[in-house]
Design a protein around this ligand. Sequence first.
Ligand code: CDP
Ligand code: MG
Length: 771
Amino acid sequence: PHHDLVDRDQDTLDGASASPREPLFTAVLREVAAERERAASSTLDGALRNFGYLAREATTEQVHLALEHDINPFTNQPHTAQYKKILEARKSLPVFTHMAEFYKIFNKHQIIIMVGETGSGKTTQIPQFVAYSDLPHTKNKIVACTQTRRVATTAVAERVADEMDVQLGQQVGYSIRFEDMTEAGTTFLKYMTDGILLREAMHDPDLSRYSTIIVDDAHERTLATDILMGILKTLARRRPDLKLIIMSATLDALKFQKYFAVSADALPPLFKVPGRTHPVEVFYTQAPVSDYVKAVIRFVLQIHCTEKPGDILVFLTGEEEIEDVCHRIKVDVDNLIKSYPETVGPLECIPLYSWLPPQQQQRIFDPPPKAGSPHGPPGRKVVVSTNIAESSLTIDGIVYVVDPGFSKQKVYNPSTRVESLLVSPISKESAQQRTGRAGRTRPGKCYRLYTQKNFVSEFKEQTEPEILRSNLVSTVLMLVKAGIKDLVKFDYLDEPAPESLLRALEVLNYLGAVDDDGNLTALGSMMAEFPLDPQLSKMLIVSPEFKCSNEILTITAMLSVPNVWLRPSNKREEADAAKAMLTVPGGDHLILLNVYNEYIQNQHDKDWTRIYYLSAPALLQAVNVREQLERTMMQFEVDLVTVQDQSDMSSAIKQALCCGFFMQVAHKVGGKRNYMNLNNQPVVLHPSCRLDTQPEWVIFNEFLVTNRPYIRTVTGVRPEWLLENARSHFDLKDWPESEMKRALVRVSNRMAGRFGARWDNAARVGEIDEE
Ligand code: CDP
Ligand code: MG
């Protein structure tokens, strides 16, 4: 007979077998012996129950006993050899060696701030410590650990499933947008992106499924993490049984402590684990580097040819750049090996960015390639990564870091409402983090591809929190849906500019998601249910009106996955020619629809995707995303209809597009491919854009700035559709004078002439026009 575990807050102790308060070792030894006897016929649902455990009063000794036990307490299966091997490795992690201190603090406090260097074991160990203490599986609860990036979420969950000797998706799982790897009732340790937990809070403001929530990498200050902390701070008062751990890799702990303090003299405790890093020698360039991509390749080759064994980590800004550099390094190394087989060993180049397919992600943890021959020069691995490798993922074996000093960062200008990703200089704090990656296992070297002078005088101390440089439309919709009405009074760690909040509400109002008083409308409530940008969810929900919701659903799915077009640097012409064969008139959105349909018609054929230079994983993901969105549509009774008459299709789709993207409009000016956006800013069609004719009016999916401002994924529309479908936005009387306004007024007048008094807006505009 086994007694159930007893909570401190439920004071019914059942002492039928080992009393929970019995001296530990007696209980454990007896139980271990008894358990051996029970062996195969055991119905034990966990050795933990026999260790005299009290949930949330677990001691280090008890946990160690459970960890060393032959039987996995969570599965009742004997531990594998791999488990034991990993356990030995875990024991040397700084966080693991501080387990006793952790439990001392965790058992006593509701909220803990934790600081530990990247690689010290925060993400992998702390959630397990908590699971051993909370015993969430015995109470139908879950321990959640948020991550700021998709790749880190899946990679870490996989690792921890191995560490706990369970199958990923069972006891340990993960949840990222469009992919849920958990099993209800079984998963009790869940890694998830901060955005997913925020979404859950929208539906269940008490987050009642969770016993402990761990906010990881809080120092990254993503928008979702910041908002989540605000919600959790209030929630902790409502739910005294909920525990919170805020984890960070940098030393700004005091800011978090103050934020979560109940009163000024009652700061939550700080659990700090000292790092154990080796010295890293930092090198700067003598003069500024003009082409950092070239410089990166040169440095990698130089390290490979002249430095002692040890892997290399390179930081770049995005997928395309990374794939390009990997390719170029490979070509160069192959040539070098041909010329100097005696001195140059194999070099394996591994890309790492957020939408990398999972099978490829795991490659970053593979050992470096072996020497080509028994006495040949040793092999080396080079990981070429975005910021992901800065603090969210630790790759062992890195000794050399190459840091060009850039990352892609979100920037938002509330007055123009333009958000874009810009390649920008990193902060000193980021540079420090990057350098630290080289000293994980032994002394290392970091090559900074900028001058010391530049670093000291130009680099900011810290990266600005995302909330201060983001478009808040999506977040505000979620907050309003969660019932948080007073957005200005919300307790932010760093307050966004009131203008950004106002802008967000204004956009939601144009989209019809909130009324003039800021109250959520029925449309807005439904929009919030879709895990999509509000512009996309609006377009999707209204698409049945235009009898094209199946088509819009496909386009939405295609816009929600990574770029499907591959363009390898040595095959650009072939790739462009292949794309031309899939091109249909009208615009890029229609081309995406066509590609998807062809992909389905060719039954997901890999050869077909290869011939057309399309990314098979991205297309497969689109199929999956489409299915999920379709389920949400059915749940909320959004009709699924297909355009019957092919000749109507293009205009139906374009009208639906206008309903969501009326703020992302550009008007043709002057020469080829030149447009002007709503802020009277010149923009150019991106080279990838396949618009055959150059229509006077276009809507675009993305605004991006590289060497100049581009619009990408563009489709031509009729201006009447814009005015008709977004009348409050196109209330032109308040618009400042501009070429764009004059053009819209002309359209508006034309419509007024045609429809008469129906166009009250337009009539007013007409008056102004005559002034
Ligand atoms: O979160 P933090 O940066 O403090 O460290 P972590 O992600 O918990 O990683 C601790 C250690 O676990 C790393 O140094 C790796 O040795 C190991 N690890 C791994 O081998 N494979 C993974 N996918 C993740 C972590
Ligand atoms: Mg971590």
